[in-house]
Design a protein around this ligand. Structure first.
Ligand SMILES: C[S@@+](CC[C@H](N)C(=O)[O-])C[C@H]1O[C@@H](n2cnc3c(N)ncnc32)[C@H](O)[C@@H]1O
Length: 256
């Protein structure tokens, strides 16, 4: 049995780590201590009718179910081609455009937000974008379980949630242990491309990536930040920010 004090501690820990509300007083399980902090919070977003239809109509062609087993990428895409992983595509606007300007690459795209998955499915189906497959699941688990070492030619992480408040920084995706694991999944010569519009997070990204021995910065600018590669389109949101004088920082590192 937990003492009253320990029970209070358990409640605090649960509140810090769980996405779900703190369980009732009677909970004594130790399992929550093992929970991993997630980089997202699932919100009940409403799906439009077009997005719902897209799941039915185009899901079978473009959705890849999450399984804790190694993915056969060539079989999944119906062809062998360089494999790019995208983490957190949001509504998938940049994803669709990039896949269209790079028809020779396969894009495995992860997102947990169902309306975003519906929106990208709709575009893939309507615009016949055959080089995208979508996994509606936590990309960290997809990477750990579905992807082998040195299986990726590139990784895109555009505008990951900045988690502004310092008590939420632990939820940020770009942290050393994750970046080290991610780098192991990239082939030598492959790349990791990040972008953010939140300067303190840009600085954290630069610090974490620069400290990773498996990665090398491609930037020629003394700042360490890269020029925006031509394949990454400016999003509407980004355009608006630039007009308001806000910055955007791209980082492109290669695997040594
Ligand atoms: C701020 S949005 C940016 C979306 C998009 N990349 C863009 O540039 O507009 C970050 C997205 O990452 C997704 N996300 C965060 N952590 C994730 C994870 N571990 N696996 C998959 N998606 C994740 C969130 O659901 C959210 O849609």
């Amino acid at each position: 049995m937990l003492s009253r004090d320990n029970h209070g501690l358990l409640k605090d820990l649960l509140a810090m780590t769980a996405d779900t509300p703190t369980p009732p007083e009677t909970t004594t399980t130790v399992a929550p201590f093992m929970r991993v902090i997630k980089t997202y919070v699932l919100r009940a977003g409403r799906m439009g009718s077009g997005q719902v239809r897209a799941f039915e109509q185009f899901g079978p062609q473009f959705l890849v179910p999450y399984t804790p087993e190694r993915l056969d990428a060539a079989a999944t895409f119906g062809r062998a081609a360089p494999l790019i992983l995208e983490i957190g595509f949001g509504m998938g606007d940049a994803t669709a455009k990039i896949a269209q300007v790079r028809p020779d690459d396969n894009f495995l795209c992860c997102e947990v937000h169902a309306p975003g998955v519906g929106a990208l499915l709709k575009r893939c189906g309507e615009e016949n974008i055959g080089n995208i497959r979508i996994v509606q699941h936590d990309a960290v688990e997809v990477m750990d379980h579905m992807l082998g070492e040195q299986s990726l030619d590139g990784v895109h992480i555009f505008f990951p949630d900045p988690w502004h408040k310092s008590r939420h920084h632990k939820r940020r995706l770009i942290q050393s242990p994750f970046v080290n694991r991610l780098a192991q999944h990239i082939k030598p010569g492959g790349y990791l491309h990040l972008a953010t519009d939140w300067e303190p997070y840009a600085e954290q990204m630069l610090e974490v990536l620069s400290a990773e021995a498996l990665l090398k910065n491609t930037a020629t600018d003394a700042s360490g930040f890269a020029e925006k590669p031509a394949y990454r389109p400016l999003t509407k949101f980004e355009n608006r920010g630039i007009k308001l004088g806000h910055g955007v920082w791209d980082l492109v590192f290669t695997k040594v």
